[in-house]
Design a protein around this ligand. Structure first.
Ligand code: 3HC
Length: 320
């Protein structure tokens, strides 16, 4: 079959909503863009553990500590799940990790902002995981089978992440005036970087057109961003907090909110490595990788020993 026919057959499977599985023929460019997106998604989960992990020892109560511990452990699991999904496309996990550690690979810009106090942990759960859910629920319908299935499991845990964050924000916003001021300060600092999580505007998105044709994406960056704003603004109003956007207003005709322009200079500067915490995040990941070298060596030595034990009987019969 010519490659033209293969491409046509592949696209017809996409159009009739047949999931693409690891052993199916797929265009190299489909494989490549999925490895790109899935590995960056995995990197985001692993780096995303750092801002919140910083507050596990500082949680205001044992209950909050337990909840935050569970959430950060979930993120680690999401990362490992997604690296496995990338491996089904032929990617090598070590190579992907080295791309992160060397600063070559991207991860979500949001994780390059500092967590200054406990209200930030609430804002991250509420806004960052809330934005992630918007995107990941869409990805449960992505055309690549292993990615879609990974998303189903991840979204179940993300809902808990978002609820626990919003519960912290309720406690702060309904608490003392100082706590309410902390909650307002947190939304002031996390609102716009959360909108940036959805990526550049559609006109500047280099991958979206093809991703939509291949049903990797089901909605555009701007559509998801709009959906997030429409859902989240009423939640901020319930908290009695002000969204830091003077241009935000309900558009009756459109049936959704109009909102201000994102600072795209800030977005690209953070994506390019110049955010408040980019260097710190990579240093932390490199240190964790070095500190974990002994575990990798012990695990591979154990695996080699097991392999050797399996071979011993054959070697013994050969020698006899
Ligand atoms: N941070 C860093 N890079 C970003 C970005 C962001 N917020 N948004 C876009 N980019 C990059 C893209 O990776 C691409 O660069 P590349 O070609 O080098 O990969 C470039 O900007 C152009 O953007 P596009 O819109 O054309 O790229 P995509 O079509 O890939 O769309 C995306 C970007 C919507 C982030 C898409 O990649 C996606 O849906 N990824 C999977 C979900 C994901 O990664 N979410 C990140 C957060 S995970 C998380 O929050 C975990 C939770 O538990 C806290």
């Amino acid at each position: 079959m010519t490659s033209l026919n293969l491409e046509a057959l592949f696209q017809s499977k996409i159009d009739e909503e047949t999931k693409i599985e690891p052993k199916d023929w797929m265009p190299d460019a489909y494989r490549k863009t999925l490895i790109r997106q899935i590995s960056q998604h995995a990197h985001s989960e692993i780096v995303g553990m750092l801002p919140e992990g910083n507050w596990i020892t500082r949680a205001p109560s044992l209950r909050r500590k337990l909840i935050l511990l569970a959430k950060v452990q979930d993120e680690a699991g999401h990362g490992l799940y997604l690296y496995s999904a990338a491996e089904t496309l032929g990617a090598n996990r070590d190579d992907l990790v080295q791309q992160l550690l060397s600063g070559k690979a991207k991860y979500s810009s949001i994780f390059n902002y500092p967590t200054l106090n406990w209200a930030d942990i609430g804002a991250i759960g509420w806004l960052v995981d809330g934005a992630a859910i918007m995107n990941q629920v869409m990805l449960t319908r992505t055309s690549y089978g292993p990615y879609a299935r990974a998303m189903v499991r991840i979204c179940k845990e993300e809902s808990f992440h978002q609820r626990q964050g919003y519960e912290i924000m309720i406690a702060m916003a309904k608490g003392s005036p100082e706590q309410k001021a902390m909650a307002q300060d947190a939304i002031n600092r996390w609102w716009w970087p959360s909108l940036m999580m959805f990526g550049p505007k559609d006109a500047e998105s280099s991958h979206s057109d093809q991703a939509l044709k291949w049903k990797i994406k089901r909605k555009t960056n701007d559509e998801l961003r709009q959906q997030f704003v429409d859902v989240t603004v009423p939640q901020a109003e319930y908290l009695g907090l002000t969204v830091p956007d003077p241009d935000l207003r309900w558009n009756e005709e459109k049936g959704s909110y109009d909102f201000g322009e994102i600072d795209w200079e800030e977005f690209w500067s953070v994506v390019k490595g110049n955010g408040p915490c980019n260097k710190q995040r990579l240093q932390a990941r490199n240190k964790a990788y070095e500190d974990g070298a002994w575990v990798r060596e012990a695990a591979s030595a154990h695996a080699a020993k097991k392999e050797q034990r399996k071979l011993e009987p054959q070697l013994a019969t050969k020698a006899a």
